[in-house]
Design a binder for this molecule. Sequence first.
Ligand code: HEM
Ligand code: HEM
Length: 374
Amino acid sequence: MILIYLGCSAIAAFALAMALGLAGAPPAAVAHAAFAIGAMPLIFAAMSHFVPVLTRSGGAEPAVHRLPLVLQAAGAAVVAVLAGRAPGWALHGALVAGLVATGLFLAWAVRRGRASLGKPHPGLAWYVAALGCLALALVAIFTGLLWPAAYGALRLAHLHLNTLGFIGLTAIGTLHVLMPTVLGKPDPQAALRLRRQLPWALGGVACVALAGVLPWLSVPAVLIIGGVVGHTVWGWWRTWGAAPLLGDGAAASLFGAALGLLAMVLAGGAHGLGWLPGRPAVGGFFVLFLLPLVSGALAQLLPVWRFPGPMSPARAEMRARLVRFGALRAVLFLLGGGLMLAGFEAALALPAVGVLMFAAALMAALVAGRAGRA
Ligand code: HEM
Ligand code: HEM
């Protein structure tokens, strides 16, 4: 139930972020509605699903399932403070709660890795690295709040560690496992690729985190992170070809998300070197990457969370409802995000339609599933 709630609330948080943006709320409040209320708890939910799979152990304990709710409450407090609706001390409370919940979750993932039957799947190390980035990002902004002279640089470290480190590493680690599941076809190269790419990806994230003070590090950052994402996309293309990747709504969304991440890394290099302003990258990251990623992943995962156990007709029907129009939604996100980066702000209407389409499909699928079960 908690997983389904977090899936639905992420979509609601994305819609809230778009509404806050249109209403002229401060950009940092808009960003945290999407990232801290929506994406952060959903990532923890997805990890609590995948860590047992990667370590061949039993399902997560109920206490672990409840940790994402703590993170969501922290995210809501951050948005309230940044929107000027709550006192500043609530930000410190949110930071402490976020750090404690992240630490507990990290300890659980490491413990599961140690207790794994045989070696854990290399995807687990990506999750550990991603959680480490989130913890560092929270420590960075906390330090910045206490040490105003360094606030500018630490804020840049916070936002890059969170977007490319926490969300980016989770996404790349998960996509290697999720894409073969979506397509129902194995990827014999996935484990090897994950193992080889992780040190590079970490090096790339370290370069971005430090690029705020040493802008030339933008060049290796783009080459390394772009190389990792490009290598993955190329590997999928060579293994499966265009027809399966574009033929299924969930696969097309996830493939679109990988292309969107690649575009954002290139755009990041351009603002890092001062050729473009940095701020539009936040909206670009949300629309070009997070929206196709989350809608594609939820189309695959929500039916499994709603109807656990062996494959059933009810689960297949729910999946069919959610993947329908997945490719069209991906086009709306990529086209809208591209136009927004080019300065056409009204193009936000395209991803907004995509989010509403997914929300409608989700509600229809949940109602039909309930009727089917009754
Ligand atoms: C408990 C969790 C978090 C806290 C307390 C927090 C706190 C903050 C603070 C205080 C700022 C500076 C705002 C300003 O200078 O106006 C900031 C900026 C930022 N944070 Fe977070 N943050 C959290 C989680 C996240 C997450 C999970 C992400 C993304 C995955 C994220 C992405 C960003 C971005 C993109 C900015 C720059 C926003 C802008 O100026 O447009 N944050 N954060
Ligand atoms: C490899 C990719 C990236 C590199 C190398 C990079 C590098 C940089 C650098 C060096 C700065 C400081 C520029 C300055 O102070 O003038 C910066 C600022 C910024 N970056 Fe990135 N970045 C990347 C990706 C991203 C992504 C994906 C986002 C999306 C959230 C983002 C959001 C921002 C923001 C919001 C600023 C600050 C703009 C401001 O408030 O002045 N960056 N970036």
